[in-house]
Write a protein that binds this ligand. Sequence first.
Ligand SMILES: Nc1nc2c(ncn2[C@@H]2O[C@H](COP(=O)(O)OP(=O)(O)OP(=O)(O)O)[C@@H](O)[C@H]2O)c(=O)[nH]1
Ligand SMILES: [Mg+2]
Length: 310
Amino acid sequence: MSINWFPGHMHKAILEIKKILPTVDVIIEVIDARIPYSSENPVIGKLRGDKPCVKLLSKSDLADPETTQSWIDYFDKEQGVKAMAVTTQEPERIRAVSDLCKKLLPHKAHSVGAINALIMGIPNVGKSAIINTLAGKMIAKTGNEPAITKGQQTINLHNGIMLVDTPGILWPKIENEDSGYRLAATGAIKNTAMSYDDVAFYAIEFFLKTYPHLLKQRFKLTELPPTELEFLTVAGRQRGCLSEGNVVNIEKISRILLTEFRDGVLGRISLETPEMAEREKIVVQQQIDQKNAELAEKKLQRKNGFKNRR
Ligand SMILES: Nc1nc2c(ncn2[C@@H]2O[C@H](COP(=O)(O)OP(=O)(O)OP(=O)(O)O)[C@@H](O)[C@H]2O)c(=O)[nH]1
Ligand SMILES: [Mg+2]
């Protein structure tokens, strides 16, 4: 399944971010704690350059706590970036982000002007919810679907920080197919731009392998069916997702399962570990290199063909 969802407001948001970047002191990049690799937007990485940055692993209440800790260690040791797990269930941890930004900018401590912070991330990752917690009131609109924020909004936190909320942005081409599935599973992609059953098959395959105990617990099963389709069939019957002729409606049970995963009803699940990400990065790079080599070869053939005709 290839994901192709890059609406016009995202393109505009990137241009607007570029415009204000020179005045920004620190970037707060929000990534999803369940998919820290796939929710790291390469466009944001490029825009950021070497500006000070804090990475917030949001919705950590939904992710596997052990895996989240290994991601924080990974960002710290491998990338030298300060990372913090946050959840709206622990507002005091989110409020600590202000102090972290100030610590990263010691030279600003005694200056008169406020610190300009910019919050960026993929859609539906919880940027506006974080801003509301930092501001202590409902300032930014939030909602359980991607692309709620459509334009920039500046908020004075009244603690020496001016914070700019930005619309969630994806990138025009998601090279890694696994990343596309994981972004869809966590709710970063509009439901109309993905297929529920495709994404549910992908997610169930992973859950059967990595979190079988959670599936057994949720569906009160002592043994799990061996394949995704058999699992969806058992789960569909249990939940009464039946079409005419008593046949399980796979689309309906897929929607239910994805919603339960997104809401944390299945349990605390992470879809990626740092080791998986390192492996996938190598494969994706090899695919890009191969495509580039093929393009170069074609170009050469065209050039030679042109020469031979003369
Ligand atoms: N479980 C859980 N849900 C959260 C958390 N933070 C935000 N949410 C929910 O996630 C959804 C998206 O939150 P928003 O703050 O609107 O996300 P956003 O990144 O601003 O989204 P866009 O503006 O669309 O890019 C909302 O339904 C929030 O209630 C969290 O820490 N835990
Ligand atoms: Mg928002």
